[in-house]
Write a protein that binds this ligand. Structure first.
Ligand code: HEC
Ligand SMILES: [Cu+2]
Length: 318
């Protein structure tokens, strides 16, 4: 089994799809062709400079007007190489962009600074996409705020994720493992923290994964902790020191039960209702010293058991 830990390398990351291997071949061809051209051109330049330098006062060089054969060759050979690169690149790109007919479709929502994956049966996951090995997977992606970009280096595949429209990307993983998912479009100050995983598992494990409740056997606090780790951790800390500019939002430390000062000068008791409203409608009451509009709304993004779990989890942060 090839795992993400084995993807650490000084050169290309592990290739987990056939297309990734195809991209690499093209890349190596370009690298070698460029290297050979470089040696020929720079080497020739130096050799000519030395060989045909002026050796004595008044030396005249031979007058050569042209050489048809040479001129043809140094135009035609690069032309052939460029055409090879063009056609080869086009074929690889075409493979990357032609969507499979009967792929497993997963909806992807990007949101500052987290990924949400939703399967056809309603199963949702934050931050981790689990897929079966050897099957075409088609992602239908959109963003609920700004531009993001879905990028899995091991798949050599990247696609912008755009608010207000859908973009698609497909892959077929040939090796089990856990691969890094990055956001490749600068999307705000926690952009570099917008990390995820793509877990490629066996068919059986995948069926089992799809069939199970995501939070089976977990207590509400554990559910909340899980959701927090995926969706809120970028902006909210759990200690007294997790304040601006370290985190964009207020800390959850000792939050429940206290009186919160709001931007409009009023105060509010932090109870379950306030927490719930803060999650599904963050702009209704804006905390003093913080900016409205920074926290995305989670209405429709989180299920009731997740919101309840978050509230129970926040209560435990003391
Ligand atoms: C993009 C950054 C960001 C993310 C992600 C984010 N929040 Fe917030 N959150 C904020 C900011 C900024 C505020 C303060 C302004 C406001 O009240 O809307 C805030 C306020 C809150 C408050 C009120 C805190 C207080 O001190 O009264 C709660 C509760 C909260 N968020 C919960 C969550 C939960 C739960 C999640 C994850 C599901 C989350 N937030 C994700 C930025 C974020
Ligand atoms: Cu992003």
């Amino acid at each position: 089994m090839s795992s993400a830990s084995s993807t650490a390398s000084h050169f290309m990351p592990f290739a987990a799809t056939k297309i990734a291997a195809g991209v690499d071949s093209l890349y190596y061809f370009l690298l070698v062709a460029s290297f050979i051209s470089c040696v020929l051109v720079i080497g020739g330049l130096i050799w000519f400079a030395v060989q045909y330098r002026r050796k004595y006062e008044g030396q005249k060089t031979a007058y050569i007007s042209h050489n048809t054969a040479l001129e043809f060759l140094w135009s035609f050979i690069p032309f052939v190489i460029f055409m090879v690169v063009f056609v080869w690149g086009w074929i690889v790109y075409y493979q990357l962009r032609s969507m499979p007919e009967n792929g497993l479709e997963v909806a992807v929502t990007a949101q500052k600074w987290n990924w949400t994956f939703t399967y056809k049966n309603g199963r949702k996951s934050q931050g981790t996409l689990t897929v079966p090995i050897g099957q075409d997977v088609k992602l239908i992606m959109t963003s609920s705020d700004v531009l993001h970009s879905f990028y899995v280096p091991a798949f050599r595949n990247k696609q912008d994720v755009v608010p207000g429209r859908y973009t698609a990307l497909w892959f077929r993983a040939e090796h089990e493992g856990s691969y890094n998912l990055f956001c490749a479009e600068y999307c705000g100050d926690q952009h570099s923290g917008m990390l995820g995983k793509v877990n490629v598992v066996s068919r059986e494990k995948f069926d089992e994964y799809l069939g199970t409740e995501p939070y089976k056997g977990l207590t509400p606090v554990e559910i909340g902790q899980k959701v927090y780790g995926g969706a809120c951790i970028a902006c909210h800390g759990l200690t007294v020191n997790d304040v601006k500019p370290l985190k964009l939002g207020p800390t959850f430390y000792m939050l429940f039960g206290r009186k919160e000062s709001l931007a409009d000068g009023s105060t509010v008791d932090v109870d379950e209702d306030y927490l719930r409203e803060s999650i599904v409608n963050p702009n209704a009451k804006v905390v003093k010293g913080y900016d409205a509009g920074v926290m995305p709304t989670y209405a429709g993004q989180l299920d009731e058991d997740e919101i309840m779990g978050l509230i129970e989890f926040i209560k435990t942060v003391k």
